[in-house]
Write a protein that binds this ligand. Structure first.
Ligand code: HEC
Length: 120
């Protein structure tokens, strides 16, 4: 009995699988283009699955849910760059290669990731 109890405690205390190491959730087909554009243009800093890196914040943070950062801010950031204000990663540079059409695909993918993560 005591052994079982210890086992149960061990299971409860076992750390959950490290999210950063697991692959990001696979989006529905309609978001596949957004995912590849995100991977090509944003993930170097904002991370695979929007989990963040040493160079940029995760979008799976409450601060980026639609009521705090509406889609317009997601259109503006690559166009104008972002002066560091929420974090200590430094500024986000302008990304002149990223078009409005690209963002119209990227943003729904980011929103979908946020939904999967239960941000909103
Ligand atoms: C070279 C690194 C880098 C790349 C590439 C990058 N970002 Fe960023 N981004 C940052 C950093 C750093 C911040 C945080 C600035 C701060 O302190 O608030 C940021 C912040 C943002 C914000 C928040 C803006 C605000 O008003 O607070 C949005 C939205 C954003 N990025 C969107 C994007 C999108 C979309 C892409 C891809 C098209 C992208 N970023 C690519 C580094 C990057």
């Amino acid at each position: 009995m005591r052994l079982l109890g210890l086992l149960a405690v061990g299971l409860l205390l076992a750390p959950p699988a490290l999210a950063a190491d697991s692959p990001p959730p696979k989006p529905p087909e309609a978001l596949a283009k957004g995912e590849s554009l995100y991977t090509a243009n944003c993930s170097a800093c904002h991370g695979v699955g929007a989990r963040g890196t040493a160079k940029g914040p995760p979008f799976l943070d409450k601060v980026y849910e639609p009521n705090h950062h509406a889609d317009i801010t997601f259109y503006r950031a690559p166009e104008a760059g972002v002066r560091a204000h929420h974090w200590k990663f430094g500024d986000m540079p302008k990304l002149p290669g990223v078009t409005k059409d690209d963002l119209a695909q990227i943003i729904p993918y980011i929103r979908w990731l946020q939904k999967q993560a239960g941000i909103f």
